[in-house]
Structure formats: C-alpha cells, structure tokens
Design a protein around this ligand. Sequence first.
Ligand code: ASP
Ligand code: MG
Length: 405
Amino acid sequence: MHKIIVQKYGGTSVADTNKIKNVAKKIISYKKKGYSLVVVVSALGNTTDELIELAHDITKSPSERELDMLVSTGEQVSVALLAMAIHKLGYEAISFTGAQVGIITDKSHTQARILNINTKRIEQELKKGKVVIVAGFQGVTSHQDITTLGRGGSNLTAVALAKALKAQVCEMFTDVDGVYTADPRIVPNAKKILNMSYEEMFELASLGAQILQARSVEMAQKFNVPIHVRSSFSNKQGTIISKEERAMEDIVVSGVTVNKDEAKITICDVSDRPGIAAKIFKYIADKGINIDMIIQNISRTKATDISFTVLGKDLAKTMTVVKAISKKIGSKDVTYNKDIAKVSVVGIGMKSHSGIAARMFKALAKKKINIEMISTSEIKISCVIDKKSADSAVRAIHDEFRLGK
Ligand code: ASP
Ligand code: MG
C-alpha cells in the first residue's frame, strides 16, 4: 500500500464552499504525489456553536445524547461537500460518518473517549484509490448512540486515525501557519516555532492556545504520532510536534501564552483545620466545575483565605456553589474577580535550567505588574495578574527570554 497521510482541516479552512473547493485542490496535489489520503474535516465555520445555540433556545439543559445527535450533523455536511468538490475535479473520494468507519467510543456523551477503530472499510476504499473523508469530532457507542469527542475533537479523530492506520504524519491544517512564540497579534516580533515536543504543545493547548485540542496532543504523545500544524492557505512548512529531542532542551523557553478567560474566587476566613479544603473542592467537583490554580495562605490566626481560578463561563455557577458551602464551613465572605489574566511561559528546557521563574518575575516587576497567584509544573510557570496588564506582560516576558531574536 502507498504511504498514508492523515490530514485534518479545521472549521475556518472549510468555512464556505469556495474554501472547500480550495481544500479539494490541496488534497489533489497530495494525491498526485502518490499518497493515500485520509482526510478529517470539522464543521463549516461556526456551525457547532450555532447548533449548540439552537439547542439552548429550546432548553437550558438539553439531554447530552440529543446534543450529540444534533452537533454531529455539522461534520456530516462538510464531509459530503468536500467529497463532491473532489469529484468535480475528476478524482475519486468517499465520505463517512464516524459510525460508518467504526469509531467506537464509551458512553460519555459530549466528552466521549475512543475505545477502538475498525479500519477495514477505510483500507478497502484506499486500495481502490479513493480519498477517504471522515467526519471529525464524532463516534458511536457499542449501542449505536452517536457521541462527540469534546470541542476541537476533530483533532482527536485525526490523531486516532493516524495511529490506527500507521500513517506517516498527521497534518493539521488551520488558519495560522504554525505555532508561534507568542500570539503575533500581541507580540509583533513573535516567531514561528519549527519543532516542539508533545509536552510543550500539551501545556500550550491546556493553557488555552486554540490551535490543537489538548486531548489530541496527549494521544499523539502516547502513540508517538508526529503532528504537523500548518496553514491550509499556503504551502509553507509549519510546526512539527514530535518526541522531545536533546536539541530542544537547549531552548530554555519556547513560548509565552496568555489566557484572559479565567476568574478568581476567594473564600475569606476559612478555618484552618484538616478536611476543610477537601470539603470545599469536593462540592465544586461534584458540580462538574474544573478548578485551575489554587492558593491557600498560611494562617497566623486560626483562619485563612483560599483563592482559586475557574473558567469565566463557570464563574456564576461556581459562585452559587461556593456561597452555599461557605456558610456551612463558617467562612465570612466570598469574593470574585473577573479582571484577571494568566500569563505562562512554557519550555522543555526548564527541566534542566534554573532561574526561569526569577527572570519571569523580574520582567513583570520592571513593568510594575503585581503577581496575584503563581503555579508551576516541570515545564511551565504561570502567573495570575491584572487583566489590563496582560498584553504588556506578554511582551515583557517575550523580550526577557529573547524569543523574537
Ligand atoms: N466542530 C467541532 C468544534 O467546533 C469539532 C472541531 O472543530 O474540531 O468543536
Ligand atoms: Mg470547529
């Protein structure tokens, strides 16, 4: 069999029929080079958001099974249109839903995990010389219920197919031509990163970089699937994400990111004894709310403040929950702040270099930016600061680590 490549085209790459025709041409150019192609597509433009809105017009809490039934239709539209666009150019192509190509998942609707892929049908069609087009973001349970794989889940479909078909590479086509040292809209001299490790990309994705779904990077790392993030509007080489190499470690910091989408909640005067934090965070977790950073001050009296961050969209829900629990545990007050931003530096080189945090703090200090919270991992340092200073913080840190040079 020919060399297999899996390509994924995101929503912006197939936003309208002209863009779909453009994608079809790109696919044919690969076909002419002799590759067997499996193509995963997302829904057109903002279709998924629009479908979710429709559901919410009907009810605030739609059944998750029905929600999956609804949003999975977005990708069914784009695969069919893309197949037609390829036919029009005189080539053979066939489109499939996730269920049709045996993408079997568990039953966790809206966040399903892929359990197994039966590649038989895909391989048959590839042998006939057809371009195989698969609807991203969706699967099916062993009971024939349609599921989806979480927002941005077409990335996961692509990586899972690349693994199952032993593809040479998984190319992710998007509207930017790679991963940059910072958002070029904030930092004009940001540079494209040509090679990065899975770990770094996972951190960046988790920190809110919209480029790839974090879960898909995790899966790529687990099965060592090389990813190439590149633009669907040019032929330029993008960013290759692969296993960490020695040379990567020489670069101390790879990128700076910012997330302006979080809010901070503080529970004041919480009594400082075993079991209290467990109680608070169990209560929040039970409501399905994800916590990001947490800090607890040492107490000089018998009480302390606990602060933590959540996604902005979860703020109202979290406040309701926290107010209820704070009464039970005898806290005096709960406050929140929406005007925060989280700036982070990421780099595999941090494992072997010291002093990175100090340099980051120095860069913020020079701009008189106050740090409200700090969290670190082996390859990441994040600071919560005032939202107003977010962009200038990113530029200062980018300069400090000479990432534009
Ligand atoms: N269309 C889905 C979403 O918007 C899946 C994807 O784009 O990857 O989340
Ligand atoms: Mg999308």
